[in-house]
Design a protein around this ligand. Structure first.
Ligand code: PHE
Length: 326
């Protein structure tokens, strides 16, 4: 019996098998237990001999099983460690980071430049009243200059703003006659236009407005030159051309000289029209100001060599990803 049990214990491959073996030989109904129970039928003088023999065997098997159990446990632990091993030297999966849209890049650069000159950043709604978009800017209904900005009307009094100049009005009204006013306002604007490589029904402007005592045209000139040199490099040539906007007087258009494209217009500007100051509660006898409206798409196209305005809204990742390192 002992010999057989020793063999079976030695062969056990798993903890389960070992447990079964233990039950088979040492359990309540096990074979060794049966021998001990049968002792009653032995002659009295044989009982101690068989008894101690059976106990020896039990002790011996107990010890063997315990040893085997330890062995099997160690083996299974090793196997588990092996299976679950983590190779910390494997390269990780890099989370892909997005890129700033080129228009956003331009907006942030321009914001930095103007914040450096003491401007604050203002905002206004894209759905605007006719009053703020036109009327208060000295563009009454029927004014021919309204035709320059074909508009999306929601009803006769509400439209999608055609320029960020409406924020000039909002800012001045909010300031309630106090100075200085020095703001820029980036934002989307809308005009009825057939989209092609150079036209878009929706585009982006950055409005600028300064109102204070004694603000002069030469300050406007200086601010614009700073902007242009910081955006396009020192020594970039700037040209001012007389123009017309109902809300500035005099009005001008600003071109820069681009090495490949020659003179290109990038913004409109001028001295704030006295009527705009009056309309917003500023005394034009005491205060003067200047304003400008930058075409963000224009600047981005010139700066990054983009040939079609539609790239800005087609969301082609091959286009957008090129601005990762800008
Ligand atoms: N609002 C004008 C436009 O959209 C630009 C402009 C802004 C001109 C401020 C003068 C002063 O064309």
């Amino acid at each position: 019996l002992k010999g057989e049990a020793v063999l079976v214990i030695g062969r056990a491959q798993s903890l389960d098998e070992l447990r079964e073996t233990k039950i088979k030989y040492l359990g309540k109904k096990g074979e060794l237990t049966r021998v001990l129970r049968g002792m009653g039928s032995l002659p009295p003088e044989e009982r101690p001999v068989i008894g101690s023999l059976a106990n020896d065997i039990r002790g011996c098997l107990d010890q063997m099983i315990a040893e085997k159990e330890k062995q099997l446990e160690e083996a299974s632990l090793l196997e588990q460690l092996h299976k679950e091993v983590i190779d910390v030297t494997l390269p990780g999966i890099k989370p892909e980071s997005g890129t700033l849209h080129p228009l956003q890049l331009i907006i942030e650069q321009v914001e930095d430049i103007f914040v450096g000159m003491g401007f604050e950043i203002a905002e206004g709604p894209e759905v605007e009243t006719d009053q703020y978009n036109f009327e208060a800017l000295n563009l009454p209904k029927g004014h021919p200059a309204r035709d320059m900005q074909d508009s999306f009307y929601i009803n006769p009094e509400i439209l999608l703003r055609t320029h960020t100049s409406s924020v000039q009005i909002r800012t001045l009204i909010e300031k309630e006659g106090s100075v200085p006013v020095r703001i820029i306002c980036p934002g989307k604007v809308y005009r009825r236009d057939d989209d092609d490589a150079t036209h878009s029904h929706q585009f982006t402007q950055i409005e600028g407005l300064v109102v204070d005592r004694g603000v002069s045209m030469s300050e406007l000139n200086g601010v614009l030159l700073t902007l242009i040199e910081k955006m396009f490099g020192e020594g970039t040539e700037m040209r001012l051309r007389p123009s017309y906007f109902p809300f500035t007087e005099p009005s001008l258009e600003v071109d820069i000289f681009h090495p490949e494209q020659g003179w290109v217009e990038i913004l409109g500007a001028g001295m704030v029209h006295p009527r705009v100051l009056e309309n917003t509660g500023y005394n034009p006898e005491r205060y003067t100001g200047f304003a400008f409206g930058i075409g963000v798409e224009r600047i981005a196209m010139l700066k990054y060599g983009i040939d079609d305005i539609r790239h800005f809204y087609n969301n082609d990742l091959r286009f957008l990803r090129q601005f990762k390192t800008v």
